[in-house]
Design a binder for this molecule. Sequence first.
Ligand SMILES: Nc1ncnc2c1ncn2[C@@H]1O[C@H](COP(=O)(O)OP(=O)(O)OP(=O)(O)O)[C@@H](O)[C@H]1O
Ligand SMILES: [Mg+2]
Length: 468
Amino acid sequence: MRVILIADPDPETAAALAESARRRDLELVRVGGADAALRVLGERDVDLVVADWHLPGLGGFELLAELFARSPESSVVFCAAFGTVEDAVEALRRGARDFLCKPFTAEQLGLAVERALDSARLVRENRSLRRALDERVGLDRVISQDPRMQRIAKVVMAVARTRSTVLLTGESGTGKTLVARAIHRASDRAEGPFVEVNCGALPETLLESELFGHVRGSFTGAVKDRAGKFEEARGGTIFLDEIGTASHGLQVRLLRVLQDRVVERVGESKSLPVDVRVILATNVDLKAEVKAGRFREDLYYRIHVITVEMPPLRERRLDIPLLAEHFLRRFTGENQRAVRGFTPAAMAKLVAASWPGNVRQLENVVERAVVLCEGDEIDAHDLPAELEALPGGDPPSPESMLAPSDALLPLKVALEGPERAIIERALRHFGGNRERAAESLGINRSTLFSKMRRLGIHEPRSQAPSRR
Ligand SMILES: Nc1ncnc2c1ncn2[C@@H]1O[C@H](COP(=O)(O)OP(=O)(O)OP(=O)(O)O)[C@@H](O)[C@H]1O
Ligand SMILES: [Mg+2]
């Protein structure tokens, strides 16, 4: 039975509600003043308050504030014998559900009460739906039985409740974005915004104004003042992906935010305080970038507070069947396909593949197989050939891609040669189409861009510009 508290010295109000109360199975509790009303609220759960606007002891606005201070979910309908339109508008703006002028009919009050109860129920349902949704992007969506990943889950839970900066490292597609979201969801900022910016996807000047905002006239095209992503993320989390590509200027600005928690819009020297949790991700080795003079050492130490290293999929092969089954269930559901599972041959192929694009690549492969598979099980021939071979003929042998002197170089530098060759080949194969090249390499487009930039690769000239 739902409870309505009627706070009105005028007995007419309660009388007008008697009929709806009987019909809708409501319990009415009647008090004559503010003190008594607050006392009842302290003692029992009330679904709705119907209150006189000029209650002895407390004006309408104060009552509203008291109620919200006790429970932000309170529902109130006001009745006023001599309320003004301004009062009504302001009360509704501050969160009252309705505002009726006396005298009203029993039907009018009954209707207002029903509406208020319904919308309170919707708010409650909405909240529980949102919670259910939040849980879906929480840690429990990170599927793994690998001990390293379990340790990561522990670290994530431990740091979530702090404001510490977190750096996520790992190859493309290992789940950095997923973990960044999970950290946000597990933190006490979960109700605040989660703002994601890919630092590799925008040219330097645009990126600065995107992150920090700008004032009108600070550059051509800045026609009005604009807040940046840091301001947008206030009270929440900002996730800066591909931080390894940040320009020198951007690095200086970032250092300032992390040190002083203030931002300055481009073209303005006024600093604005921002309370944001910063999570960064990179798929390049920042230490090496520091050595090479491309990444500021002071910034490096500033962001290395808590580092989470996501292991590549090929180093946790036990997760492959688990993830494959998970994606199978998801995509059969989404596409309404009746695919039961994988044949042993298909599973063996999945487990043996090298997965340069990690979980994302596995996800794409399973989706494709679910859609294309003709039987009720995914077989080895439903899986793409490039799981074994690179596009464009036989894969080169590792030796054939090494210059004789490479073996004497640090691994990272030595690997640049083969990496460049593989990327150039994929680009050539797809006629310079970066999107398709990235897809075949199992990495996303912006990762391909940043690798091309780092390795100094230019697209084949004769080709038409690739599609964006
Ligand atoms: N452990 C996991 N369990 C379930 N899904 C996962 C897991 N790891 C990754 N995924 C899924 O794989 C895809 C790639 O993950 P994500 O985007 O988080 O990778 P990333 O490291 O951020 O990649 P990039 O460096 O390219 O941005 C996503 O769809 C994500 O939901
Ligand atoms: Mg990502």
